[in-house]
Design a protein around this ligand. Structure first.
Ligand code: DC
Length: 217
């Protein structure tokens, strides 16, 4: 099976680009960040803190976490919108840093990659989940641009909100890069695509041409 790995920081446009690439290639799209968000939500709801590593790992292994297209279901409940809310966004880095959680989710991600060709997006796809992916893209954008995109999602143009978003995005990048278990780093063989100042069509076209330049998977 072929894997296109799309890694990059929060707000770089990974989901939009990965979804569009998957549609263009006829592959499945898998947002691995949604899986970490699902575990974080389940843990928050059960009052399990990230420091309770054994309990969090058990929970990650026990919950029925299903990704269906762009929807995420936990134990049959559709939590696709719920996992994007601020409490989950604030907590998810800490839960994703638990080695046992990563082990459980990485195993599931590899199993999914073995079933069907996939465009898989996350932070460690090209470094840890599928190091032999056919093509690895590291999608990035300036912190200002990433914060502006998040702000547009929230339908506000408040300057204080922008500064706050920039700070929280930078803090999450740092937390993801500083963790001991598969820290967020660029794979040495990933191709860097910077989406700053460019629209989705341009970025998707660039990645598709990179894929065909490498010989389409
Ligand atoms: O892409 P996102 O913002 O939905 O990701 C949520 C969190 O999950 C983010 O803080 C980093 C973590 N994550 C990870 O550690 N490894 C992945 N493959 C995907 C996400």
């Amino acid at each position: 099976m072929t894997v296109v790995a799309i890694d990059g920081p929060a707000g770089a446009g990974k989901s939009t680009v990965a979804r569009r690439l998957a549609a263009a290639l006829g592959y499945r799209h898998l947002d691995t960040g949604a899986m970490y968000r699902g575990v974080a939500l389940a843990a928050l709801e059960r009052g399990v803190a990230p420091g309770q590593a054994v309990s969090v790992e058990r929970l990650a292994a026990d919950i029925d976490l299903v990704i269906e297209g762009d929807r995420i279901l936990i134990d049959g409940r559709d939590v696709s919108e719920r996992v994007r809310e601020p409490d989950v966004t604030r907590a998810v880095s800490a839960y994703s840093a638990v080695p046992g959680v990563r082990a459980v989710l990485v195993q599931r991600q590899r199993a999914l990659a073995a079933q069907r060709d996939v465009v898989m997006e996350g932070r460690d796809i090209g470094t840890a989940v599928v190091p032999d992916a056919a093509i690895k893209i590291f999608l990035t954008a300036s912190i200002r641009e990433r914060a502006l995109r998040r702000l547009a999602d929230q339908d506000t143009d408040d300057a204080a909100a922008l500064a706050e978003l920039e700070a929280s995005i930078a803090a999450r990048d740092e937390a993801d890069a500083a963790r001991a278990a598969s820290p967020f780093v660029r794979a040495p063989d990933a191709i860097v695509v910077d989406s700053t100042g460019r629209n989705v069509d341009e970025v998707v076209a660039e990645v598709l041409s990179l894929i065909s330049a490498q010989g389409r998977p």
